[in-house]
Design a protein around this ligand. Structure first.
Ligand code: NDP
Ligand code: HSE
Length: 445
């Protein structure tokens, strides 16, 4: 029997996600109430335009443009407007009015997370954000709670569905980047302005959130090294395929020890990379997301599912709502964010990785030794070299300017040494051009 008073739920935003949250809350409220031990009463939905068409049929009387008044009478505020302001102001108002907050706003958390967590800790409020990374995939709570007794060493994820869809089309259909992006736009995966997705900003925000949780360290989004996928060519994807790799946009958060100082820190980066076609992340197709976690005691864990979508993301939001509501019923202060480790954040230069470098070189005696010498000078060990068909350079006389393609895969080496090697190779006279430089990530199972 439910004896607790009804909890008042305010929803900010009724777009793709908010409209599904409102619908499910109205349709399944009784079931959720049984799980919480209190009724969940949706007291209002703040939007910009109360007459705008919605994805779900929702009672007109719930809508308001007066978010501030709505927030001040709520026990739990669900923020699904997106953007920085006024979302930040509304969340602070909610916390300071005694409400718990649920949000899916990765852009806000990645830029103003510490301010919001501090405000919540001051008053013992809860701030839940399962939807902010990986959409429907439960990954925030596993990192925050289930793995709280372990030491996470690495989190490697495909956390942007749009770019995974594009790269998957390039891999499976042989599309160019431009035609795959056009398909992603036509199918509604990519926004009209796809910059945040294809340039890696969205993935960098999610990486900052995941790294902060995994390493108990506040990682601001500015500390995330970011590269997008706009320069990935159909040729690179095809060559990767022939070599047993697939190109993915990866968010990689890892715990590192500085070789010189012995100091432990973290590094967070987002960039396209080659992974073995046998790696579990290679099987993540279309717009799906997945996060591969390596922890000292638990070993390898994989979380997979829909990284976006109104209905799918609503599942994560409602899970957070149930948690927040249960705490209201049970009482007691909220659990604050854990940033006790406060590890230093290392730049990309400190990372150890592998490179695959594809070069066009002049095909004459001694060139391979010359190129190999440049790797050796920078203490970069070569794992494999493949030389393919010699071809005549356009505009040169036959026989004089034959070129060969060299594909060189290195052993793991510091990023700084690898990039210095690429710079030296690029300016070598025997090198006609550097066709591609891609990092290689993940062990080959
Ligand atoms: P939408 O753009 O579809 O919806 C935004 C909603 O917020 C609209 O209803 C809009 O009102 C309302 N809104 C915007 N600004 C204001 C304001 N100043 N005052 C009041 N209401 C406002 O966003 P989504 O539903 O796609 O995303 C919501 C959040 O969830 C974002 O933080 C997003 O990053 C996150 N998220 C989204 C996912 C997805 O698949 N869409 C996946 C994971 C997370 P109106 O309708 O009147 O214009
Ligand atoms: N635009 C994001 C993606 C969805 O393509 O994954 C919301 O995070």
């Amino acid at each position: 029997m439910i004896e607790y008073r009804n909890l008042r739920i305010a929803l900010l935003g009724a777009g793709s996600v908010g409209s599904q949250v409102a619908r499910l809350l109205l349709e399944q409220g009784e079931e959720l109430a049984s799980r919480v031990g209190a009724g969940l009463e949706l007291i209002g939905i703040a939007v910009r335009d109360v007459d705008a068409p919605r994805d779900a049929d929702l009672p007109r009387e719930l809508f308001t443009t007066d978010a501030r008044t709505l927030i001040q009478s709520a026990d739990v505020v669900i923020e699904l407007m997106g953007g920085i302001e006024p979302a930040r102001e509304y969340i602070l108002l909610a916390i300071n009015s005694g409400a718990d907050v649920v949000t899916g706003n990765k852009a806000l958390l990645a830029t103003h997370g510490p301010e919001l967590f501090d405000a919540a800790a001051q008053v013992g409020a809860q701030l839940y954000y399962e939807a902010a990374a990986g959409g429907a995939i439960p990954i925030i709570r596993p990192l925050r709670d289930s793995l709280a007794g372990d030491r996470v060493r690495r989190v490697m994820g495909i956390v942007n569905g749009t770019t995974n869809f594009i790269l998957d089309r390039m891999d499976t259909e042989g599309d160019t980047f431009e035609s795959a992006l056009a398909t992603a736009t036509a199918l509604g995966y990519a926004e009209a302005d796809p910059t945040a997705d294809v340039e890696g900003y969205d993935a960098a925000q999610k990486a900052a959130i995941l790294a902060s949780l995994a390493f108990h360290t506040a990682v601001p989004v500015e500390a995330v090294h970011r590269e997008g996928i706009t320069s990935i060519t159909a040729g690179e994807v095809e060559a990767a395929k022939r070599a047993g790799f697939v190109v993915k946009l990866l968010a990689i958060c890892e715990r590192l020890t500085d070789a010189q100082t012995g100091v432990e820190g973290v590094s967070v980066r987002v960039h396209p990379a080659l992974i073995s076609r046998l790696h579990p992340l290679a099987a993540v197709h279309g717009a799906k997301n997945a996060v591969f976690v390596q922890a000292e005691a638990a070993g390898d864990l994989m979380f997979y599912g829909a990284g976006a979508g109104g209905l799918e993301t609503a599942s994560a939001v409602l899970g957070d709502l149930v948690s927040a509501a249960r705490r209201h019923v049970a009482g007691g202060p909220g659990v604050g964010e854990s940033t006790h480790a406060n590890l230093p954040i290392f730049g990309i230069g400190a990372v150890n990785t592998r490179y695959q470098i594809t070069l066009q070189v002049t095909d004459k005696p001694g060139v391979l030794a010359q190129v190999a010498g440049l790797f050796s000078e920078h203490s970069v060990s070569v794992e494999a070299v493949q030389q393919t068909v010699a071809s005549a350079e356009p505009g040169r006389s036959p026989g004089e300017a034959l070129t060969a393609t060299l594909v060189i895969v290195t052993h793991e080496a510091p990023e700084a040494a690898l990039s210095a090697t690429v710079a030296a190779v690029s300016s070598n006279d025997a090198v006609v051009r550097v066709e591609s430089v891609l990092r290689v990530e993940g062990d080959t199972p």
